[in-house]
Design a protein around this ligand. Structure first.
Ligand code: ZN
Length: 344
Protein backbone atom coordinates (compact mmCIF):
# COMPACT_ATOMS: atom_id res chain seq x y z
CA UNK A 1 0.00 0.00 0.00
CA UNK A 2 1.16 3.51 -0.75
CA UNK A 3 2.41 5.29 2.36
CA UNK A 4 -0.10 7.78 3.67
CA UNK A 5 0.97 11.33 4.50
CA UNK A 6 4.35 11.36 2.73
CA UNK A 7 6.47 14.17 4.15
CA UNK A 8 8.55 16.70 2.22
CA UNK A 9 9.94 20.22 2.56
CA UNK A 10 8.87 23.32 0.66
CA UNK A 11 12.38 23.62 -0.77
CA UNK A 12 15.50 25.16 0.60
CA UNK A 13 17.48 23.87 3.57
CA UNK A 14 20.41 25.55 5.35
CA UNK A 15 23.81 25.28 3.69
CA UNK A 16 26.93 24.07 5.51
CA UNK A 17 29.05 26.96 6.79
CA UNK A 18 32.03 25.98 4.62
CA UNK A 19 29.93 26.58 1.49
CA UNK A 20 28.19 29.84 2.33
CA UNK A 21 27.65 32.02 5.36
CA UNK A 22 24.72 30.49 7.23
CA UNK A 23 21.42 32.09 8.21
CA UNK A 24 21.60 34.61 5.40
CA UNK A 25 19.75 35.05 2.09
CA UNK A 26 21.87 35.65 -1.03
CA UNK A 27 24.86 34.52 1.02
CA UNK A 28 27.99 34.60 -1.18
CA UNK A 29 29.83 31.35 -1.89
CA UNK A 30 32.98 30.69 0.10
CA UNK A 31 34.56 28.51 -2.60
CA UNK A 32 35.52 29.14 -6.22
CA UNK A 33 35.66 27.36 -9.57
CA UNK A 34 36.24 23.59 -9.34
CA UNK A 35 36.15 23.66 -5.55
CA UNK A 36 32.77 25.35 -5.68
CA UNK A 37 31.34 22.75 -8.07
CA UNK A 38 32.54 19.96 -5.79
CA UNK A 39 31.46 21.77 -2.65
CA UNK A 40 27.92 22.23 -3.98
CA UNK A 41 27.66 18.51 -4.75
CA UNK A 42 28.94 17.58 -1.30
CA UNK A 43 26.41 19.92 0.27
CA UNK A 44 23.64 18.38 -1.82
CA UNK A 45 24.62 14.92 -0.56
CA UNK A 46 24.71 16.14 3.01
CA UNK A 47 21.33 17.77 2.66
CA UNK A 48 19.88 14.57 1.20
CA UNK A 49 21.32 12.59 4.08
CA UNK A 50 19.87 14.97 6.66
CA UNK A 51 16.43 14.57 5.08
CA UNK A 52 16.80 10.81 5.03
CA UNK A 53 17.96 10.62 8.65
CA UNK A 54 14.97 12.71 9.65
CA UNK A 55 12.70 10.28 7.82
CA UNK A 56 11.50 12.66 5.07
CA UNK A 57 9.71 10.67 2.36
CA UNK A 58 9.93 12.94 -0.68
CA UNK A 59 13.43 14.37 -0.80
CA UNK A 60 14.98 17.36 -2.56
CA UNK A 61 18.35 18.92 -3.26
CA UNK A 62 17.76 21.32 -0.37
CA UNK A 63 18.56 24.00 -3.00
CA UNK A 64 22.21 23.64 -2.06
CA UNK A 65 23.48 24.66 -5.50
CA UNK A 66 21.60 27.95 -5.63
CA UNK A 67 22.23 31.24 -3.95
CA UNK A 68 18.60 32.28 -4.25
CA UNK A 69 15.47 30.52 -5.49
CA UNK A 70 14.76 33.08 -8.22
CA UNK A 71 18.05 34.81 -8.99
CA UNK A 72 20.08 31.68 -9.60
CA UNK A 73 17.65 30.49 -12.27
CA UNK A 74 17.63 33.88 -13.96
CA UNK A 75 21.44 34.04 -13.94
CA UNK A 76 21.49 31.21 -16.45
CA UNK A 77 19.30 33.00 -18.99
CA UNK A 78 20.10 35.20 -21.96
CA UNK A 79 18.60 38.67 -22.10
CA UNK A 80 19.22 39.58 -18.47
CA UNK A 81 22.01 41.97 -17.51
CA UNK A 82 23.32 41.36 -14.01
CA UNK A 83 25.70 44.35 -14.09
CA UNK A 84 22.92 46.74 -14.89
CA UNK A 85 20.94 46.68 -11.65
CA UNK A 86 17.87 48.63 -10.62
CA UNK A 87 16.13 48.92 -7.30
CA UNK A 88 12.59 47.56 -7.34
CA UNK A 89 9.98 46.82 -4.71
CA UNK A 90 9.72 43.06 -4.34
CA UNK A 91 6.19 41.82 -3.82
CA UNK A 92 5.25 45.40 -2.84
CA UNK A 93 7.18 44.80 0.35
CA UNK A 94 10.88 45.55 0.31
CA UNK A 95 13.43 47.19 -2.00
CA UNK A 96 16.10 45.07 -3.59
CA UNK A 97 18.72 45.65 -6.22
CA UNK A 98 17.82 43.37 -9.11
CA UNK A 99 19.13 42.67 -12.64
CA UNK A 100 17.58 44.22 -15.74
CA UNK A 101 15.92 42.51 -18.69
CA UNK A 102 17.67 44.10 -21.68
CA UNK A 103 16.71 41.77 -24.54
CA UNK A 104 14.74 38.68 -25.48
CA UNK A 105 15.00 36.13 -22.66
CA UNK A 106 16.14 32.63 -23.55
CA UNK A 107 17.53 29.54 -21.85
CA UNK A 108 20.80 28.81 -23.60
CA UNK A 109 21.45 25.66 -21.57
CA UNK A 110 19.79 23.59 -18.84
CA UNK A 111 19.96 25.18 -15.39
CA UNK A 112 19.43 22.43 -12.79
CA UNK A 113 19.27 19.29 -14.92
CA UNK A 114 22.76 18.04 -14.02
CA UNK A 115 22.03 18.59 -10.32
CA UNK A 116 18.78 16.65 -10.66
CA UNK A 117 20.54 13.77 -12.40
CA UNK A 118 23.11 13.72 -9.60
CA UNK A 119 20.41 13.62 -6.92
CA UNK A 120 18.54 10.90 -8.84
CA UNK A 121 21.66 8.72 -8.75
CA UNK A 122 21.82 8.96 -4.96
CA UNK A 123 18.37 7.77 -3.99
CA UNK A 124 15.36 5.73 -5.05
CA UNK A 125 13.02 7.90 -3.01
CA UNK A 126 10.65 10.25 -4.83
CA UNK A 127 12.32 13.57 -5.65
CA UNK A 128 10.73 16.99 -5.66
CA UNK A 129 12.40 19.82 -7.54
CA UNK A 130 11.53 23.49 -7.05
CA UNK A 131 11.63 26.16 -9.76
CA UNK A 132 10.52 29.77 -9.48
CA UNK A 133 7.12 30.50 -10.97
CA UNK A 134 6.74 32.98 -13.86
CA UNK A 135 5.03 35.69 -11.81
CA UNK A 136 7.57 35.56 -9.00
CA UNK A 137 10.38 35.72 -11.57
CA UNK A 138 9.14 38.91 -13.19
CA UNK A 139 8.67 40.42 -9.76
CA UNK A 140 12.37 39.95 -8.98
CA UNK A 141 13.60 41.84 -12.08
CA UNK A 142 13.56 45.23 -13.73
CA UNK A 143 12.13 44.93 -17.25
CA UNK A 144 13.58 47.33 -19.79
CA UNK A 145 12.69 45.27 -22.86
CA UNK A 146 9.19 43.78 -22.92
CA UNK A 147 7.68 46.60 -20.85
CA UNK A 148 4.84 44.28 -19.95
CA UNK A 149 4.73 42.03 -16.91
CA UNK A 150 2.35 39.69 -18.66
CA UNK A 151 4.45 39.34 -21.83
CA UNK A 152 7.59 38.63 -19.82
CA UNK A 153 5.72 36.08 -17.68
CA UNK A 154 4.67 34.16 -20.81
CA UNK A 155 8.29 34.15 -22.02
CA UNK A 156 9.47 32.80 -18.66
CA UNK A 157 6.70 30.18 -18.70
CA UNK A 158 8.07 28.86 -22.01
CA UNK A 159 11.59 28.72 -20.59
CA UNK A 160 10.42 27.04 -17.38
CA UNK A 161 8.61 24.45 -19.45
CA UNK A 162 11.84 23.59 -21.30
CA UNK A 163 13.63 23.17 -17.98
CA UNK A 164 10.75 21.21 -16.41
CA UNK A 165 10.61 18.72 -19.29
CA UNK A 166 14.32 18.01 -18.89
CA UNK A 167 13.99 17.68 -15.10
CA UNK A 168 11.21 15.17 -15.66
CA UNK A 169 13.43 13.23 -18.07
CA UNK A 170 16.18 13.28 -15.43
CA UNK A 171 13.86 11.40 -13.09
CA UNK A 172 12.25 14.12 -10.98
CA UNK A 173 8.87 12.97 -9.63
CA UNK A 174 7.33 16.28 -8.59
CA UNK A 175 8.13 19.65 -10.14
CA UNK A 176 7.13 22.54 -7.95
CA UNK A 177 6.81 26.18 -8.95
CA UNK A 178 7.30 28.74 -6.20
CA UNK A 179 4.76 31.54 -6.53
CA UNK A 180 4.76 33.67 -3.36
CA UNK A 181 3.71 36.50 -5.69
CA UNK A 182 0.29 34.80 -5.96
CA UNK A 183 -0.42 36.06 -2.45
CA UNK A 184 0.11 39.66 -3.51
CA UNK A 185 -1.02 40.43 -7.07
CA UNK A 186 -4.54 39.02 -7.09
CA UNK A 187 -5.82 40.58 -10.32
CA UNK A 188 -2.78 39.41 -12.26
CA UNK A 189 -3.04 35.91 -10.77
CA UNK A 190 -6.52 35.61 -12.18
CA UNK A 191 -5.85 37.39 -15.46
CA UNK A 192 -2.69 35.51 -16.45
CA UNK A 193 -0.78 34.17 -13.42
CA UNK A 194 -2.43 30.76 -13.29
CA UNK A 195 -2.50 30.58 -17.10
CA UNK A 196 1.27 31.15 -17.37
CA UNK A 197 1.81 28.49 -14.71
CA UNK A 198 -0.23 26.05 -16.79
CA UNK A 199 1.98 26.94 -19.75
CA UNK A 200 5.03 26.07 -17.62
CA UNK A 201 3.68 22.54 -16.92
CA UNK A 202 2.44 21.87 -20.47
CA UNK A 203 3.12 18.30 -21.59
CA UNK A 204 4.51 17.10 -18.24
CA UNK A 205 3.57 13.63 -17.04
CA UNK A 206 5.17 13.89 -13.61
CA UNK A 207 3.37 15.46 -10.66
CA UNK A 208 3.21 19.25 -10.63
CA UNK A 209 2.89 21.60 -7.68
CA UNK A 210 2.64 25.27 -6.88
CA UNK A 211 3.99 26.63 -3.61
CA UNK A 212 2.30 29.78 -2.33
CA UNK A 213 3.46 31.20 0.96
CA UNK A 214 4.04 34.28 3.05
CA UNK A 215 7.80 34.12 2.53
CA UNK A 216 10.93 33.24 4.44
CA UNK A 217 11.23 34.26 8.06
CA UNK A 218 13.13 37.46 7.21
CA UNK A 219 12.27 40.82 8.77
CA UNK A 220 10.59 42.35 5.68
CA UNK A 221 8.20 39.42 5.61
CA UNK A 222 7.47 39.24 9.32
CA UNK A 223 6.83 43.02 9.33
CA UNK A 224 4.46 42.60 6.38
CA UNK A 225 2.64 39.77 8.14
CA UNK A 226 1.94 42.10 11.06
CA UNK A 227 -0.09 44.31 8.71
CA UNK A 228 -2.30 41.49 7.46
CA UNK A 229 -4.66 41.45 10.43
CA UNK A 230 -5.91 38.51 12.42
CA UNK A 231 -7.19 36.47 9.51
CA UNK A 232 -5.13 35.91 6.34
CA UNK A 233 -7.49 35.26 3.48
CA UNK A 234 -5.05 35.86 0.56
CA UNK A 235 -5.40 32.26 -0.62
CA UNK A 236 -9.06 32.90 -1.24
CA UNK A 237 -8.12 35.00 -4.28
CA UNK A 238 -6.07 32.42 -6.19
CA UNK A 239 -7.56 29.13 -5.01
CA UNK A 240 -10.77 29.04 -7.11
CA UNK A 241 -8.75 29.52 -10.29
CA UNK A 242 -6.13 27.00 -9.17
CA UNK A 243 -8.82 24.46 -8.35
CA UNK A 244 -9.87 24.55 -12.01
CA UNK A 245 -6.28 24.44 -13.30
CA UNK A 246 -4.17 21.47 -14.36
CA UNK A 247 -1.77 21.92 -11.43
CA UNK A 248 -1.87 18.75 -9.35
CA UNK A 249 -0.67 19.87 -5.94
CA UNK A 250 -0.77 23.03 -3.88
CA UNK A 251 1.82 23.72 -1.17
CA UNK A 252 0.70 26.21 1.43
CA UNK A 253 1.44 27.79 4.78
CA UNK A 254 -0.64 26.66 7.76
CA UNK A 255 1.11 26.22 11.10
CA UNK A 256 1.34 29.42 13.20
CA UNK A 257 -0.03 31.46 10.32
CA UNK A 258 -3.38 33.19 10.44
CA UNK A 259 -4.69 31.40 7.39
CA UNK A 260 -8.16 30.00 8.14
CA UNK A 261 -7.81 26.29 7.51
CA UNK A 262 -11.19 26.05 5.82
CA UNK A 263 -9.79 27.93 2.80
CA UNK A 264 -8.30 24.57 1.77
CA UNK A 265 -11.85 23.56 0.88
CA UNK A 266 -11.51 25.88 -2.14
CA UNK A 267 -8.96 23.54 -3.73
CA UNK A 268 -10.88 20.35 -3.00
CA UNK A 269 -9.66 17.61 -5.32
CA UNK A 270 -6.04 18.81 -5.38
CA UNK A 271 -3.26 17.19 -3.41
CA UNK A 272 -2.30 19.58 -0.63
CA UNK A 273 1.14 20.04 0.91
CA UNK A 274 0.15 21.34 4.30
CA UNK A 275 2.73 23.53 6.02
CA UNK A 276 3.01 22.09 9.52
CA UNK A 277 6.39 23.66 10.31
CA UNK A 278 6.80 27.40 10.91
CA UNK A 279 9.97 28.58 9.16
CA UNK A 280 9.80 32.05 10.72
CA UNK A 281 10.36 30.78 14.25
CA UNK A 282 13.42 29.24 15.84
CA UNK A 283 11.26 27.18 18.17
CA UNK A 284 11.19 23.57 17.05
CA UNK A 285 7.65 22.25 16.89
CA UNK A 286 6.72 19.23 18.95
CA UNK A 287 5.47 16.19 17.04
CA UNK A 288 2.11 16.72 18.76
CA UNK A 289 1.89 20.29 17.37
CA UNK A 290 2.58 18.98 13.88
CA UNK A 291 -0.05 16.29 14.36
CA UNK A 292 -2.60 18.88 15.52
CA UNK A 293 -2.08 20.93 12.32
CA UNK A 294 -2.44 17.83 10.16
CA UNK A 295 -5.61 16.74 11.96
CA UNK A 296 -7.14 20.16 11.34
CA UNK A 297 -6.21 19.95 7.65
CA UNK A 298 -7.79 16.50 7.40
CA UNK A 299 -11.18 18.15 7.78
CA UNK A 300 -10.67 19.69 4.35
CA UNK A 301 -8.32 17.29 2.52
CA UNK A 302 -8.77 13.57 1.99
CA UNK A 303 -6.04 11.61 3.76
CA UNK A 304 -4.67 10.23 0.50
CA UNK A 305 -4.18 13.78 -0.77
CA UNK A 306 -2.49 15.23 2.31
CA UNK A 307 1.27 15.81 2.15
CA UNK A 308 2.79 17.11 5.40
CA UNK A 309 5.33 19.82 4.58
CA UNK A 310 7.06 22.96 5.88
CA UNK A 311 5.48 26.40 5.48
CA UNK A 312 8.33 27.57 3.24
CA UNK A 313 12.06 27.04 2.73
CA UNK A 314 14.36 26.78 5.74
CA UNK A 315 17.50 28.33 4.21
CA UNK A 316 17.65 31.21 6.70
CA UNK A 317 17.56 28.91 9.76
CA UNK A 318 20.48 27.22 11.49
CA UNK A 319 21.17 23.64 10.49
CA UNK A 320 20.47 22.34 13.99
CA UNK A 321 17.05 23.98 14.11
CA UNK A 322 16.18 22.84 10.59
CA UNK A 323 17.17 19.30 11.53
CA UNK A 324 14.94 19.42 14.61
CA UNK A 325 12.06 20.70 12.53
CA UNK A 326 12.45 17.94 9.93
CA UNK A 327 12.41 15.33 12.69
CA UNK A 328 9.31 16.89 14.24
CA UNK A 329 7.59 16.83 10.85
CA UNK A 330 8.28 13.12 10.44
CA UNK A 331 7.27 12.24 13.97
CA UNK A 332 4.09 14.32 13.78
CA UNK A 333 3.08 12.75 10.49
CA UNK A 334 3.68 9.31 12.00
CA UNK A 335 1.30 10.06 14.89
CA UNK A 336 -1.51 10.91 12.47
CA UNK A 337 -0.65 8.00 10.17
CA UNK A 338 -1.12 5.62 13.11
CA UNK A 339 -4.43 7.23 14.02
CA UNK A 340 -5.62 6.87 10.44
CA UNK A 341 -4.63 3.23 10.21
CA UNK A 342 -6.31 2.49 13.57
CA UNK A 343 -9.51 4.03 12.36
CA UNK A 344 -9.67 1.93 9.20
ZN1 ZN B 1 7.75 29.82 0.40
Amino acid sequence: MKKLLPTSTAGSLPKPSWLAEPEKLWSPWKLQDEELVEGKQDALLLSLQEQQHAGIDIVSDGEQTRQHFVTTFIEHLDGVDFENRKTVRIRDRYDASVPTVVGAVARKKPVFVEDAKFLRQQTNQPIKWALPGPMTMIDTLYDDHYKSREKLAWEFAKILNQEARELEAAGVDIIQFDEPAFNVFFDEVNEWGVATLERAIEGLKCETAVHICYGYGIKANTDWKKTLGSEWRQYEEAFPKLQKSNIGMVSLECHNSHVPMELIELIRGKKVMVGAIDVASETVETPEEVAATLRKALQFVDADKLYPCTNCGMAPLSRAIAKGKLEALSAGAEIVRKELSNSL
